[in-house]
Design a protein around this ligand. Structure first.
Ligand SMILES: CCCCCc1ccc(-c2ccc(S(=O)(=O)CCO)cc2)cc1/C=C\c1ccccn1
Length: 240
């Protein structure tokens, strides 16, 4: 089949992001600070600035009972659910459907005072990853979102400041088979979620405002999103 022009970049960025998401915090270089903790969820950030702008990389690790990596990635990737869980989303447009696992989105996010409103254009790709070492272990699933250009939606042409982001959601399903050989239920599955993101806020925004936004929004986002998946799947057959 003829390759889409974005495909080589998608494949390269996905492999690079998955490699980094798999690395423990200790292996990801120095300077990571634990800035939020809530039960199984741990959120780390590194203070980093590019051209005087805060681009603090974020890495969150969470373990959620009762859901699988395939289910988590479906609800994160599929646009039909996004308004249900993405609280800062004002508008989302699918600019292009490249394949059933690769799409291009335009999103405008609610204005966060005193900064100006932001928008973002990114490709999003969902993929099952071979689990390599232990053959019979459950697979890993990932969704990678990466900013891209759109000639129809040039950056900073309207009221919004264009942000640039790379996001990786990496999910590993864990199955704890019941001792008595009864069929596996949702009580026997859990999902280890690693969420990595680097957001360049585009135009200038005060470092204190950005860091306050990230500190408030990211824990809220991950808790809300995972609770949403638990609620959506609780009475459905398990999707491995
Ligand atoms: C001054 C404000 C600067 C930036 C505001 C902002 C805009 C967009 C985004 C953002 C965050 C995650 C994604 S995604 O993971 O790809 C899921 C799909 O929506 C896409 C966009 C982040 C943020 C900044 C903070 C912030 C943090 C967690 C939640 C919401 N806002």
């Amino acid at each position: 089949a003829v390759q889409h022009p974005l495909w080589p970049e998608v494949d390269r960025v996905v492999k690079q992001q998955v490699t980094m998401a798999k690395m423990g915090i200790g292996e990801c270089g120095t300077g990571w600070q634990l800035f939020a903790e809530d039960g199984e969820m741990k959120m780390y950030r590194r203070e980093e600035e590019v051209d005087g702008m805060v681009v603090d990389p974020l890495k969150a690790v969470h373990v959620v009972k009762g859901i699988t990596g395939h289910e988590v990635c479906n609800y994160f990737f599929n646009p039909k659910y996004r308004y249900d869980w993405e609280t800062t989303l004002e508008h989302m447009t699918v600019l292009e459907t490249i394949s059933d696992d690769t799409m291009v989105f335009l999103q405008t996010h609610k204005r966060i005072w005193p900064a100006s409103q932001r928008d973002v254009v990114f490709w999003s790709h969902m993929r099952k990853l071979p689990n390599g070492q232990d053959r019979d272990g459950p697979d890993m699933w990932t969704v990678v979102n990466n900013s891209t250009e759109s000639s129809e939606h040039p950056a900073n042409a309207g009221k919004c400041v264009r942000i640039y982001l790379t996001v990786c959601l990496l999910c590993q399903t864990r199955v704890h088979p019941p001792k008595d050989g009864t069929p596996i239920s949702r009580d026997n599955v859990s999902c280890k979620i690693t969420y990595c993101s680097v957001v360049n806020p585009g135009g200038w925004a005060p470092a204190s405002v950005l860091r306050a936004v990230y500190k408030r929004e990211y824990p809220k986002f991950l808790k809300r999103f995972t609770a949403y998946v638990v609620n959506q799947t609780k009475n459905q057959p398990i999707l491995f």
